[in-house]
Design a protein around this ligand. Structure first.
Ligand SMILES: C[S@@+](CC[C@H](N)C(=O)[O-])C[C@H]1O[C@@H](n2cnc3c(N)ncnc32)[C@H](O)[C@@H]1O
Ligand SMILES: [Zn+2]
Length: 282
C-alpha cells in the first residue's frame, strides 16, 4: 500500500479491494465510486473547494485534449522511456495532476508504460474525480502537494507540471536515485497572448531551483507555435495565471483577432536524487 494516514501518518490498509482504507488509529477514508481516495481532511483545507475551479479544469481539459501541447507530451514520454529502466515496475507520481491529461498521455505514448504504475495527486476534488473516471487503472488521490500522504521513498519518479510543490516532501517520497521531472514556462511562453494584456511583456526567468540533494541531469527547451480557434483561445486564457488581469474588452480582442498565432515555450528539467550521506556510510 502506498498511502499513509493524513491525520496520524500511520500506514493505511484496505478493508478489501475496491473498498475504503483505514489506519491502526481507526481513521477511515472511503474510496469513491470512480476509484479515487480523498485523503484531504477538512482540518487541512484552507477553503471549501481548494485548487482549480471546475470551470478552469474543464477549460484546461478541452484545450489539452484538442492536442495543442502534444509535442510537450511526446518529450515527457521520451524522457521517461530513456531514463527509467524497466528491470522492475516503476512507481510514478504526477504532483498537481489536474484532470490527469499527462498521466493519460504517459500511458498512451510511453513505450515502457506497461512497466509503470501511475499515480496522481491534486488538491481539487473535481479534477481528481475527472481524472479517475478517465483512467481507472491509475491511482488518484485528493490531497495537497505540501503534505503528500504516501510512504517514504515509495516513488521512482515524480512529475511537477505547472503545479506547486514542497521540496521536503519531494525528498521524502523519492527513492534514492529517483527522478524528478519539472515542466515550467520558458521565456517566451504565450508571448502573443500576453501582448494583449500587458503594456510591456517581460521574459520569464528560467532559473529552476532544485531541492537540495538533487543533481540536474538534463534540461530541454521546447518551442512551437499554436493557432487556437476562438473557443480554444478563451480556454487557454483561462488556464493562465494572468487571466484575471484581462478586462472584458481585452478578452473580446483576443477572441476576434484574425489568425492569431501564439508561441509556446517550455523548459523540462530532469534531476536525480543523490544518495544521502547516511546511506553512504552504511
Ligand atoms: C496549472 S494546473 C496544472 C495541472 C496539470 N499538471 C496540467 O499541467 O494539466 C495546477 C494544478 O495544481 C493544483 N494545485 C494547486 N495547489 C495545490 C496543492 N497545494 N496541492 C496539490 N495540487 C494543487 C490545482 O488544483 C491544479 O489542478
Ligand atoms: Zn490515522
Amino acid at each position: 500500500m502506498p498511502y499513509i494516514c493524513p491525520i496520524c501518518q500511520n500506514p493505511l490498509m484496505q478493508h478489501q479491494p475496491s473498498q475504503g482504507y483505514y489506519c491502526s488509529n481507526k481513521h477511515h477514508f472511503d474510496r469513491a465510486a470512480e476509484g479515487y481516495l480523498n485523503l484531504l481532511p477538512v482540518q487541512h483545507k484552507k477553503s471549501k473547494e481548494p485548487g482549480d475551479s471546475r470551470a478552469m479544469m474543464r477549460a484546461r481539459r478541452h484545450f489539452l485534449e484538442t492536442g495543442f501541447y502534444q509535442p510537450l507530451s511526446e518529450s515527457i514520454a521520451t524522457l521517461l522511456d530513456a531514463n527509467l529502466s524497466v528491470e522492475s515496475s516503476k512507481q510514478i507520481l504526477d504532483m498537481g495532476c489536474g484532470e490527469g491529461y499527462y498521466s493519460r498521455q504517459i500511458e498512451n505514448l510511453c513505450q515502457n508504460s506497461k512497466h509503470f504504475a501511475l499515480h496522481g495527486i491534486d488538491i481539487a476534488k473535481n479534477a481528481i474525480f475527472a481524472a479517475a473516471k478517465k483512467q481507472p487503472n491509475a491511482h488518484f488521490i485528493v490531497a495537497s502537494n505540501k503534505r503528500m500522504p504516501y510512504k517514504n521513498a515509495f516513488f521512482d519518479c515524480l512529475l511537477r507540471i505547472y503545479a506547486p510543490s514542497n521540496d521536503d516532501e519531494i525528498i521524502r517520497l523519492l527513492k534514492e536515485d529517483g527522478l524528478l521531472l519539472i515542466v515550467t514556462p520558458g521565456p517566451r511562453h504565450l508571448w502573443q497572448l500576453k501582448e494583449f494584456i500587458y503594456k510591456k511583456v517581460n521574459e520569464h526567468d528560467i532559473n529552476i531551483s532544485l531541492p537540495k540533494q538533487f543533481e540536474q541531469i538534463e534540461t530541454q527547451r521546447i518551442q512551437f507555435n499554436i493557432k487556437p480557434d476562438q473557443e480554444n483561445r478563451m480556454a487557454l486564457l483561462q488556464m493562465t495565471p494572468f487571466a484575471w488581469r484581462a478586462k472584458a474588452e481585452t478578452k473580446n480582442q483576443i477572441q476576434r483577432a484574425q489568425g492569431l498565432e501564439i508561441e509556446t515555450d517550455f523548459i523540462l528539467t530532469l534531476a536525480r536524487k543523490q544518495h544521502s550521506v547516511a546511506s553512504h556510510s552504511e
